[in-house]
Design a protein around this ligand. Structure first.
Ligand code: CP3
Length: 355
């Protein structure tokens, strides 16, 4: 998709099924689409039951399980999109890097990437190793019928942060030291990771995913000037590699209030907004022509319903400034969230006027 400008010649698809793609293309329909980042996962008892006895990275490579886990929140909540059950480190695993996902911790890298030798030794990601992914996506597209499937990847910076730190980090100090201190090596590393992300996303789109989201979860660790110099060019490369596909793209990061204007220039039509910035303000920082996705604080879902309802209405109201709005949380569903509250939020969003 090359433009998000509304056109008058195409009919507006008003059905709920079409609501997400309509919003993604920068147009308003009668229905406001809603899905939740991390909608598949530990907030659902059926997820916890099904995952018993299978480690996370095994689950991600099992097409039957991926299909079932992806469908669970769609069947339960009636959200307007499915997000593929996978993880941002899956391409690293398939490339042959020793990664584990430790429950309650996150991705842990056996041998962190910190030297010239480490960067040069990074394997290529062979799409042939991603057969399981294409299989899962094709099955899901058939099963989902008209509900869109969102494919995703981690962005080069966020993948680099895990590779360099060796696991989750609060300050990303090693990553920043590498980035500021060894810019040429940084270029090699981020170029390799941009290629991983491109390959991973292309396989999903080729198998039928109808929207793609690039998660740059930890980009908010950087000041704008560093983001522009050391991160934006590589995310731009990922999006550019998908320009020939007619698939709307979402670009999301956490704590990115100061970066929204730059992130909007990376090549994605839709900008995901975290919960720290009022959505109307985010829309003006992002600039004209971009639909937005977001941005209810996930912690609000732990409050009483009247508090939740007021907050949902506030986000929906603020989103009216954008050419299209996909309602979502400002980051992932917290594991302790009551799934019935999520369903209620979906129903509430669907009941509110979308224009
Ligand atoms: O509904 C969905 O969004 C499911 C698909 C999904 C997962 N991870 C499944 C998962 C997606 C889109 C992701 C992306 C992801 N993974 C990101 C970007 C999104 C974000 O939250 O910023 C990041 C940074 C990761 C890395 C990662 N993987 C973390 C931080 C964790 C949580 C660790 C923990 O246990 O607290 C994981 C593991 C993970 N990924 C789980 C799930 C369902 C939990 C593992 C389990 O259930 O055993």
């Amino acid at each position: 998709m090359s433009t998000t400008e509304p056109t008058t010649t195409e009919p507006i698809n008003d059905s709920l099924d079409g609501a997400l793609l309509t919003a993604a293309r920068g147009r308003r329909s009668d229905h406001l689409p809603v899905w939740f980042m991390r909608q598949a996962g530990r907030s659902l008892p059926e997820y916890r039951a099904r995952r018993q006895g299978t480690v996370m990275l095994q689950a991600c490579q099992d097409p039957d399980l991926v299909t079932e886990l992806t469908m669970q929140p769609v069947s339960r909540h009636g959200v307007d999109a499915a997000i593929l059950f996978s993880d941002i480190v899956v391409p690293l695993v398939v490339a042959g890097i020793d990664v584990d996902i430790v429950p309650g911790v996150g991705p842990v890298i056996e041998a962190p990437v910190r030297s010239l030798e480490d960067v040069r030794a990074l394997p290529q990601l062979d799409p042939a190793g991603l057969d399981f992914l294409g299989t899962a996506v094709r099955r899901l597209v058939a099963e989902l019928d008209s509900t869109p499937l969102i494919g995703f990847s981690g962005a080069p910076f966020t993948l680099a942060a895990y590779l360099i730190e060796g696991g989750p980090s609060k300050d990303h100090a090693l990553t920043k030291a590498f980035m500021y201190g060894r810019p040429e090596l940084w270029d090699e590393l981020l170029s390799a990771l941009a290629e991983y992300a491109s390959v991973f996303l292309r396989v999903q789109a080729a198998a039928g995913a109808s929207v793609l989201q690039l998660f740059d979860s930890w980009a908010g660790a950087l000041p704008a000037a560093a983001y522009e110099r050391y991160v934006l060019p590589y995310s731009r490369r990922v999006f550019a590699s998908l320009d020939d596909l007619d698939v709307p793209r979402i670009h999301f990061g956490v704590g990115t209030g100061e970066l929204l204007g730059l992130m909007a220039q990376a090549g994605a039509e839709i900008v995901g907004v975290d919960w720290r910035v009022p959505l109307a303000q985010a829309v003006s920082r992002i600039g004209p022509g971009h639909p937005v996705q977001g941005n209810l604080d996930p912690a609000i879902l732990l409050a009483d319903w009247d508090v939740i309802e007021a907050a949902v209405r506030e986000v929906v109201g603020q989103g009216r400034d954008a050419p299209g709005h996909i309602f979502n949380l400002g980051h992932g569903v917290l594991p302790q969230t009551d799934p019935e509250v999520l369903t209620r939020v979906v129903d509430l969003v669907h009941s509110l006027p979308a224009r």
